[in-house]
Every structure is written in structure tokens, then in C-alpha cells.
Design a protein around this ligand. Structure first.
Ligand code: HEM
Length: 202
């Protein structure tokens, strides 16, 4: 598995190639921007899920592969932020280029809840660098990252979930979200059981 910064570089290259392909191959700019919005929503989702399930997988089934995934988690998170940055740029492009279509695809409530998600992404990125290490050991950081992760998962669940009636294939993304929640909850209870056993042995 690629390690550390190479994950971010590979993601950047893939995003650049995908964006260029959309701009070259789509029949017009509106379609190109829509391809980029949908493509980056999906790449962001894959990268986000890897960061979200890394620790629970290692906690439930410890292995060198999952340990390596945990070590790379931060880079998957940063790659997710990069991919979602491209989502934001394409959204801005669509809003400028075709405002009428933009407002048929979204609404004010989604812009506010999506904007809040971007606020979390920005704060999580800023506090994931080594320079913020001292602050990172405190409770606010842990709270921010935990809450931010769940808020982003909920954002994906709503964005994919509301498309299921139109295209049932979106159910696959919803199923993956349910599996990810199951892994997190399963790992939490497994940790609680281990703590209880250790306390009982003292
Ligand atoms: C202000 C913030 C945001 C706006 C205005 C926005 C806008 C949009 C629009 C217009 C589409 C539909 C594109 C199309 O059908 O052609 C879309 C798709 C999507 N967005 Fe965003 N978005 C925002 C933030 C987010 C966030 C924070 C997430 C998740 C964390 C997200 C996840 C998705 C997903 C999953 C899709 C569906 C992609 C697909 O069809 O496969 N968006 N967004």
C-alpha cells in the first residue's frame, strides 16, 4: 500500500487527470462541471471511508495491513480534503456558469449544511499538521475530529440517500455507510469489554 505523502500525490494526480478528462470529453462546460462534481463526490467518499474505518478494522482484527492503514489514515484524510476541494471549485464553477441549473440541483439548506461540512474539513486539515501537535493532544481536537467525522458521514448519507429513489444503485453507498457505522460501533463495544475485563482482573 502506498505510504504517507505518496497517497496525497497519487490522489492529486488522479484528480488532475479526471478533471482534465471531464473538461476535454464532456459535450459542454455545464456537463463537464457536473461530471467533476459527481466524480469528486465519489472519490471523496472512498478516501473518507478508508480514513473512517482504519482504526476500527485494526481494533477488531489486528493485522499488519490494517496497522499500515491506520498509519496512513491522516494522508487519506488529507486526500479526501483535496478531492472535496475540487468538488467545491466545480460547484462554484457551476453556480457561476449556470445558476438556474445550480439552484434546481441544490437549495439554500443544503448550501448551509454543506458549508458547515467544509468548515469542519478546513479545521480538521489545519489541526492535522505536525505544527498543531501540541493543541492536538487536547480534548477540543479529539472532539473536533470525532464530531467532524460523524458530521461528514451524515452528509454523505444524506447526499447519497436522497438519490436512492431516483437510482437504486446509490443504495450501495448507503450500505457501505451502514457497514462503516457497524465497524465503529463494534470496535467501541469491543474496547469497552476489554477495559471491563482489565478492571475486573485488578
Ligand atoms: C456548499 C456545499 C455543497 C454544495 C453546494 C454541493 C452541491 C452539489 C451538487 C449541485 C451536486 C449534484 C451534481 C449533479 O447531479 O450534477 C452534488 C452532488 C453530491 N455531493 Fe455535493 N455539495 C456540497 C457539499 C457536499 C458535501 C460536504 C458532501 C459530503 C460530505 C457532498 C456530497 C455529495 C454527493 C455524495 C453527491 C452525489 C454524487 C453522485 O451523484 O454520485 N457535497 N453536490
Amino acid at each position: 500500500m502506498p505510504r504517507g505523502p505518496s497517497i496525497l500525490v497519487l490522489s492529486g494526480v488522479a484528480l488532475g487527470v479526471g478533471t482534465a478528462a471531464a473538461l476535454l470529453l464532456a459535450p459542454n462546460l455545464t456537463e463537464a462541471l457536473r461530471w467533476i462534481i459527481r466524480g469528486t463526490a465519489r472519490s471523496s467518499f472512498a478516501l473518507f471511508l478508508l480514513a473512517f474505518i482504519a482504526a476500527p478494522l485494526q481494533s477488531l482484527w489486528p493485522s499488519p495491513a490494517f496497522a499500515s492503514l491506520v498509519r496512513s489514515r491522516r494522508w487519506f484524510g488529507l486526500s479526501f480534503a483535496l478531492s472535496h476541494g475540487v468538488h467545491a471549485v466545480a460547484i462554484y464553477g457551476l453556480a457561476r456558469h449556470d445558476p438556474a441549473l445550480f439552484w434546481t440541483l441544490t437549495n439554500f439548506g443544503s448550501v448551509i449544511s454543506g458549508g458547515t461540512a467544509y468548515g469542519f474539513i478546513l479545521l480538521m486539515v489545519l489541526t492535522s499538521f505536525d505544527g498543531a501537535a501540541r493543541w492536538r493532544n487536547g480534548r477540543p481536537w479529539r472532539w473536533l475530529h470525532r464530531f467532524g467525522l460523524w458530521y461528514l458521514l451524515l452528509s454523505f448519507a444524506v447526499a447519497f440517500g436522497k438519490r436512492v429513489p431516483v437510482d437504486p444503485a446509490y443504495g450501495i453507498a448507503v450500505a457501505l455507510i451502514l457497514v462503516a457505522i457497524g465497524l465503529r460501533v463494534g470496535a467501541f463495544f469491543a474496547q469497552q469489554r476489554t477495559k471491563a475485563v482489565i478492571l475486573a482482573q485488578r
